[in-house]
Design a protein around this ligand. Structure first.
Ligand code: HEM
Length: 260
């Protein structure tokens, strides 16, 4: 059989995967399913690109690392902008099918947790939520034990010739990234003397800010759609999500701004 557009993209399978659970079904459930599926595809692509970025940093390939970061940032803009589409759904439209979600929630997105892990937010509790032996648990355990993008960056600047504190290069990579005044001095030196590596730092700040922007837009969408109700995932809803804001992945890159 010759390859066609449909066969290459497996469109028959792809387009059969949107299956509303509500009676009718309710008109808005299709949007809700499509948008979540699109998110999961973008999460997959983001993980794919961030993994590539870490190998490029290990190879000291700065031009390609910057190019790949640009792609990651462009995707991030798209995933933030997608929230606009979901915000066209009113609270009553969401309520028309919400109970059919039962305890299902984006809270359970294992790819989102993988992204958090690769970016440095290593919360062991996030692994425990998945059944032992499941594919999602296996993936998260692997990511949890792996170095983060920040570790790849530290190694990159160390090989470039900067005096990264040895304890940071030997740190337990399954621990959350913590801030380090000694590293901040190194980063300030980079900002003052090395425009190429400084631009890499700035792109990492863009990535950090972009992720926080998604969290902020998501919580605002949640507030306008369900107000102060609890989430289907069992949390306090918007009140819980507010606690996840303003928690940067790369704290040292933010700390130095007050000193430069
Ligand atoms: C009407 C739309 C949405 C509502 C009302 C909503 C609501 C919520 C709520 C209340 C939570 C807190 C956990 C819980 O108890 O359920 C949550 C978490 C989450 N949602 Fe949504 N959500 C919506 C759309 C989306 C979309 C489109 C995505 C994209 C994948 C998404 C991804 C997530 C993620 C990743 C979390 C976990 C955040 C964290 O723990 O930091 N949500 N959502």
């Amino acid at each position: 059989m010759p390859v066609t557009y449909s066969s290459y993209l497996k469109l028959d399978q792809l387009l059969s995967l949107q299956q509303p659970l509500s009676d009718g079904p309710e008109h808005d459930e299709t949007l809700f399913i499509v948008i979540h599926q699109v998110y999961e595809l973008w999460f997959k692509e983001l993980l794919h690109e961030i993994d590539y970025l870490t190998t490029l940093l290990a190879r000291q390939d700065t031009p390609r690392a910057l190019h790949t970061l640009k792609r990651v940032l462009t995707i991030l803009k798209v995933v933030v902008a997608q929230i606009d589409v979901l915000e066209t759904m009113t609270p009553l439209e969401f309520l028309s099918f919400r109970e059919r979600l039962e305890s299902g929630s984006g809270f359970q997105s294992f790819q989102f947790r993988e992204l958090e892990f690769v970016l440095g937010a290593k919360h062991p509790a996030a692994v425990e939520r998945y059944p032992a032996g499941s594919e999602s648990r296996r993936r998260l355990e692997r990511r949890f034990a792996e170095p983060t993008l920040w570790d790849a960056f530290l190694r990159f600047i160390s090989v470039t010739g900067y005096a990264v504190p040895p304890e940071l290069l030997a740190r337990d990579v399954s621990a959350p990234v913590a801030s380090s005044p000694a590293l901040q001095a190194v980063l300030m030196d980079i900002y003052r003397r090395d425009p190429i590596v400084a631009s890499l730092c700035e792109r990492l700040v863009d990535l950090d800010e972009g992720f926080q922007e998604w969290r902020y837009r998501h919580v605002k969408m949640v507030q306008r759609t369900i107000g102060t109700k609890r989430g289907t995932g069992g949390s306090q809803g918007a009140a819980y999500l507010m606690t996840t804001l303003n928690q940067p992945f790369f704290p040292d890159l933010w700390a130095i701004r007050a000193e430069l």
